[in-house]
Every structure is written in C-alpha cells, then in structure tokens.
Ligand binder design. Sequence first.
Ligand SMILES: *[C@@H]1O[C@H](CO)[C@@H](O)[C@H](O)[C@H]1NC(C)=O
Ligand SMILES: *[C@@H]1O[C@H](CO)[C@@H](O)[C@H](O)[C@H]1NC(C)=O
Ligand SMILES: *[C@@H]1O[C@H](CO)[C@@H](O)[C@H](O)[C@H]1NC(C)=O
Ligand SMILES: *[C@@H]1O[C@H](CO)[C@@H](O)[C@H](O)[C@H]1NC(C)=O
Ligand SMILES: *[C@@H]1O[C@H](CO)[C@@H](O)[C@H](O)[C@H]1NC(C)=O
Ligand SMILES: *[C@@H]1O[C@H](CO)[C@@H](O)[C@H](O)[C@H]1NC(C)=O
Ligand SMILES: *[C@@H]1O[C@H](CO)[C@@H](O)[C@H](O)[C@H]1NC(C)=O
Ligand SMILES: *[C@@H]1O[C@H](CO)[C@@H](O)[C@H](O)[C@H]1NC(C)=O
Length: 735
Amino acid sequence: MRGHLLLSFSALLGLAWRSRGSDVDRRAAPADTLLVLTVATKETDGFLRFMQSANYFNYTVKVLGMGEEWKGGDVGRSIGGGQKVRLLKEAMEGLADQEGMVILFLDSYDLVFAGSPDEILRKFQQANHKVLFAAEGLIWPDKRLAEKYPSVRSGKRFLNSGGFIGYAPYINKIVKQWDLHDNDDDQLFYTKVYLDTLQRESLNMTLDHKCQIFQNLNGAIDEVLLKFGTNRVRVRNTMYDTLPVVIHGNINTKIYLNHLANYIPNAWNYEHGCGNCDQNMVDLSQVNVSQEFPVVTVGIFIEQPTPFVPEFFQRLFELDYPKDKLNVFVHNNVINHERHIQMFWDENKSVFKSFKVVGPEENLSQGEARNMGMDLCRKDSSCDYYFSIDSDVQLTNRQTLKLLIEQNRKIIGPLVTRHGKLWSNFWGALSLDGYYARSEDYIDIVQGKRIGVWNVPFMAHIYLIKGEVLRTEMKERNFFVLEKLDPDMALCRNARELGLFMYVTNRHEFGRLTSTANYNTSHYNNDLWQIFENPVDWKEKYIHPNYTRIFKENYLEQPCPDVFWFPVFSEKACDELVEEMENFGIWSGGKHEDKRITGGYESVPTDDIHMRQINYEKEWLHFIREFISPVTLKVFSGYYTKGYAVMNFVVKYTPHRQSYLRPHHDSSTFTINIALNNKGLDFQGGGCRFHRYNCTIESPRKGWSFMHPGRLTHLHEGLPTTGGIRYIAVSFIDP
Ligand SMILES: *[C@@H]1O[C@H](CO)[C@@H](O)[C@H](O)[C@H]1NC(C)=O
Ligand SMILES: *[C@@H]1O[C@H](CO)[C@@H](O)[C@H](O)[C@H]1NC(C)=O
Ligand SMILES: *[C@@H]1O[C@H](CO)[C@@H](O)[C@H](O)[C@H]1NC(C)=O
Ligand SMILES: *[C@@H]1O[C@H](CO)[C@@H](O)[C@H](O)[C@H]1NC(C)=O
Ligand SMILES: *[C@@H]1O[C@H](CO)[C@@H](O)[C@H](O)[C@H]1NC(C)=O
Ligand SMILES: *[C@@H]1O[C@H](CO)[C@@H](O)[C@H](O)[C@H]1NC(C)=O
Ligand SMILES: *[C@@H]1O[C@H](CO)[C@@H](O)[C@H](O)[C@H]1NC(C)=O
Ligand SMILES: *[C@@H]1O[C@H](CO)[C@@H](O)[C@H](O)[C@H]1NC(C)=O
C-alpha cells in the first residue's frame, strides 16, 4: 500500500516522442511538430497536475532534470532558476538542426494547459515570429531595464520566462549563450537577449503581448474569468478577449491558479461534473483480508469543551475499518471530558492496534499535541496514513476513512459543515493577510451544487495525510508552529509553502461540524442544553428513534379517551434528565408550602424539582414547541398550542417519601407526562388512573409521554409506587 500509484507519468522521463494524437482543428493543421520541454526535479503535486493536463490534450512532453538536486534557488521569492536554462541548453544540443520542430518550454510546478497542441501551433504561426515569449505587465527582476523595452500600444510589455515557444534552431541559439550558474536568474538572462536589438531582430523574437498563448496570472487576476464549455473549461482574458492556452500561477498567484485548475481543462464543468475525480484512485474493495488494509494512526483532538463527545467516540468506533489497523492517539485538553474517554477506553481500548491518551495534566499546547500525534505516524515506518480528527466532527458516514484513502491524495479532508450553515472546514480563498476569503464557488461547494475534489488553501478539523509524505516532503519541520498562527493555519501555510496541495472532497456526505460556542459545562450532562446550538445532534441523541413515525404511520396510542400516548424521549434523554435532577438533589419533599410558585401554596404537591431550578426552563419550553406541539396539532386538530408552560418539573415517587398522588385536575389546557424509567426494572407499581372513564394505565413505558386535557374531563391520580423509584417529567401546558 505504501508505494503510491501516481507514477504513471514517470514512464515519460527520457522518452522524447509520442504521436500527436489530437486532430482537433484540422483547418490550421500545422506541418510543424511540437515538443514540450519542462524542468522538474521533483514530482510535486503541481507537476503531477501539469502532466495530467498535458496528457489530457496529448502533448508530447519531455521532462528535464527529474531526480536532480535543485540548485536554482528559491524561485518565486528571489531570483534564480538558472538551472532550468542549463538543462534546456543541454537538451537543445541534440535538437539544434530540427528546423520543423517547435519547442514549447514551460515551468511545470505552477502551470496548466487549457488548450490543445494544435491550437498553440496555430497561434504561434499566426504570431509570425521565430520565438515568442510570455509577457506580463510587471517587470522582474530588474526594474531599471523598463525603459529599454520596446513600447507597445496595447498589451503587456515585459518578458516572462515561465513560458516561451520557438523553432528549435532559434531556441538553441538563445540558450547556447548561457554560461552562468544554476542559481543565476533565468528571466534576466532571457530579458537581456530580448532587449538586445540586434539579437531580437536576428532571432526574430517577440512577446505574446495579448495573452494569445501564455497567461501569467501575476498582476492579471482581475483580467481573467473561467469560461465554461460543454466539454472543457477555459480561462478567458477579458482585457484582450483571448483564450490563453497556458495558464501560469507565477509569484503570489498560486492559490488562484489552484482555484482555476479546479475547473480547467476538464476538472469540473456544469454538464459532466468532476472530470478527473476517478483518476489514480486506490480500490480498497480489492483488498482481500483485513490484514492487508493500510495502517492508520488516528489523532483525536479535544482541545476545548465539545458537545456530544460520547457520540463522537461511538461514531469513530463504528467506522467501517479493521480496528486492528488503527493506532489511536487522543489528546484531551478538557477535564470534563475525561470520563467520556474513560468510558470508551475501558470498554474498547483493546480492540485497536494501540490506544494512547494524553490528558489535560500534561498541559500541552494545541500545537505540541498535534505535532505529537503527527509524529507518531511520521516516526513509525509501518504507518501508512495519519488521520487527524477534532472532537467537533461528527462523522456520520462510516465509510469516510476508506473513501479518503481511495481518493489517493497526499493530503485530503472530507467536507464537513455546520448543519444548515455555510460554516465549513475549508476556505476557498485567502485574503491578502492569509485569513479567510470567500471564493466564488465556496457556497456551491458547501451546498453540494458542485461536487468534486477541490484544491483549497486551507482546511482543518479533519484530514488524512500519507505517512510517506510525512516522512519525506513533510519531515523537516513542526508543521503546527509558524509565527503566531494558530496550529491549523500554520499547518496549511507550511503545506502551501512546500507546494503540497490540500484537497477537500464533497463527493459524499461525510458528517457535520458541531458548534462549540455557548457550551456551558457547569451542568452534569451538558449536552441536554444543546437544543439551540446543535439541534440536529440534540435531536439524534435525545428524541426517541420512533418519534417521527407518529406522523408518518400514526404511531401513537389512545389507552383512555383523549389520553394520547407516544414515544418522545430516547433512553439517554430519560437517564440524563434523571441524573441531572439527582445531581442537583434538592427535591421539594411534596409539601403544600412552595416558595417556587406564585402564591406559595400547592394544593396537590409532588416531590419534585422544577426545570427552572436547574436552569433548564428555556430549553424545555423549546423542546415543547419543537416536539410536543406537532403532536398536539395532530391529536387535538385545530388546537394551536402556544407551547407556554409555567409548571415544568420532574417528579420522584418512592415508597419511602411520596409514593402516589391523590385525584386532581391540572392547571393546564393539556398536560404531558413523560415516563423517565422502566416499570419492573427500576420500580414497581405506579401508573395513572383517569376517574371519569374508569381507565387505568398500569405499565408506563420509558421515554413515552401521555398527553391529556388538564381540567374538567380528566380528573386523574398517580397510583402508588410500591418499590424502587419512579421518575416522570411533567408540564402543564397553556395554563
Ligand atoms: C488524446 O488521445 C486520445 C487517444 O488517441 C484520444 O482519445 C483523445 O481524444 C485525445 N485527447 C484530446 C483532447 O484530443
Ligand atoms: C520573422 O519571421 C517571419 C517568418 O517566420 C517573417 O515573416 C518575419 O518577417 C520575420 N520578422 C522579422 C522582423 O524578421
Ligand atoms: C483472497 O481470499 C481468498 C479467500 O478468502 C483466498 O483464498 C486468497 O488467497 C486471497 N487472496 C489474496 C491475494 O490474499
Ligand atoms: C465499545 O464497543 C462496543 C462494541 O463492542 C460499542 O457498542 C460501545 O459503544 C463502545 N463503547 C463506547 C463507550 O463507545
Ligand atoms: C501550562 O502551560 C502554560 C503555557 O505553557 C503555562 O503558562 C502554565 O503555567 C502551565 N500550567 C501548569 C499547571 O503547568
Ligand atoms: C451555566 O450554567 C450554570 C448552571 O446552571 C448557570 O449558573 C450559568 O449561569 C450558566 N452560564 C451561562 C453563561 O449561561
Ligand atoms: C421502534 O419501533 C420498532 C417497531 O415497532 C421496535 O421494534 C423498536 O424497538 C422501537 N424502538 C425503540 C427504541 O423503542
Ligand atoms: C372500573 O373498571 C373495573 C375493571 O376494569 C371494574 O371492575 C369496575 O367495576 C369499574 N368501576 C366502575 C365504577 O365502573
């Protein structure tokens, strides 16, 4: 598994010729042949992308310098690149006499093809020169040379050496003049040749002033737009109304090039969607036995109090992946969550290949912790992948890990979003100062209107990195530390600086991000309070799994006249509410005097705790509006409840304190009464009797609620609990 499968292009190294397959545009069918020469010392992501676009158009490409040490300096930030000229000079020696051969020399790390070889040849011939260089509006590297440039009436004035095209003998005449060092500047060299009037004329050189062939993006981002066609996507230069064939993300425009290359030439369009998503995939379904699955180190980060952590672990546990191939590392920075990890650990640590927890007592910074997790994979040569996931990611797709591995990228994350929000785990663009900026396609990607695998400048919360990449391209530094950036931003900037592409896929639904805002951790079961902030997770955890069947299948009962009985709370809701009350512990004792209510006197008192006493009133009323009102509307048709209630409480019946409640009416339009535990298991006796109908319900069901009119018709009593403790939650609605 460890070797990667992206090497098909390597076959091209050293291979000079391939048939020119394309016969698009026979009209201009040029007699010349085109050879693309490029320099790449490493198979960077950018190089692979370049080759992918070249192969798509059937260019014949010869790669120079692969595997060689790069001595050309840090091009892009300073001068350099002479090594490229030297390599080209060597390559041209053997081609000097090829009169009909057109050489297209290109950078490859930050460049993609948007059109075919025939189109380039045609445009080159139309230019009617022997050598044509790319042009740009900004001069580099020596501004003093500006006045020596011939002036142009319209178009870009200055030479850029990231791309040029010319007849082989002429190119040879230029590069054979090279006698400088590998770290001298290539662009300056070509500029000087061009600015030498004699040479310019004898070599018949010019610049592609109007971006017919070469589009440099630096200084020109505002000039270009994506142009969607049925089969291909191009870039259109709106200033000159041209369709450039070679798009170059020079200097600081790499992120913008990455964005454009998410579309051109065939990466995504409206008609066919993603055109290259299936390329170079790994097929795990062919992996026969679990022993052969890749080994993955899973780094889990609980860096702040996070709702629904037990569910997070449960989902991790349910991932469809052999657990004996997973090394689990947990960094937990939150004392409150220690019990959740403990629960998971006690039951399940032995099923994983290994399980290591670093707790809050270690006082690790987030950057240190993330680096520690990453290092576990980096330093373990058997680790095939590092899978980092933050505790606010609820992975609802059990196939996530497999799907990410199969997509076969160096770094890839699944798209996760806040439910119903535009908030997600990636950025489509960066602002000038390196923070969030919205790309034009961000919303479409988040909302799944464009589906694909997207090259993005920033992603966080969850991602998969190849172990081999950690041990090679990413071995040099602590990726989570950079200036004062937070660890996620540091990781992404480091990756960008190394030219590593970060992808986010939305080809499947993977899960969602929970909100950690407004998470009050001073309760015992804090998630109960999350009904506002994380309503989807709240519902999934606390509402009975059969609740929706009430509406779909009329899944409710009427055990006595106008007493309706339906499932509403999950087991967890019942248990946690009881725990919360017992944790609070101040039961009223069932006395008539009651300072909690207006008037201070309760004629039919129960032994109870009010929701308000545990600060749960607002949440409880919201629960009534969201989950009880729809049932009311169904069974008492035409009655729209205000969902208002003053009396909301949990009652405790036990033989030693209060065991029953004498017959009474409720001060409500209707009442709900939810059983919070199990008859037979937790208590004996109990139940409810409605006098007018001589009707008794003896076996309440945990999580099910009664709903009945409060006054006049439904005089009722609580039957004695004869053993154990019985809990119910009651609300008098619309008093
Ligand atoms: C490239 O060549 C293949 C095989 O000859 C052909 O099917 C394909 O259409 C060509 N691609 C383009 C863009 O012309
Ligand atoms: C450049 O070469 C073309 C033919 O390729 C020729 O027609 C043209 O006159 C030449 N221009 C100059 C300035 O020599
Ligand atoms: C695949 O599984 C079958 C049956 O379990 C076994 O006979 C075969 O040897 C396995 N093949 C490989 C390549 O492991
Ligand atoms: C531990 O594993 C079992 C399955 O063996 C699973 O059902 C349970 O939820 C896991 N425990 C926790 C706390 O996730
Ligand atoms: C934890 O680390 C921070 C910063 O490194 C330090 O200021 C603090 O004193 C440490 N706390 C403990 C309890 O060691
Ligand atoms: C958090 O809950 C506690 C206990 O109910 C309460 O006293 C406190 O006001 C709450 N804090 C916030 C910010 O809501
Ligand atoms: C939901 O209803 C089905 C079918 O009646 C039942 O088998 C299942 O146990 C119910 N689920 C719960 C949690 O009660
Ligand atoms: C109430 O019902 C019980 C049994 O269902 C019956 O024995 C009893 O006579 C009934 N009482 C009245 C007043 O109808």
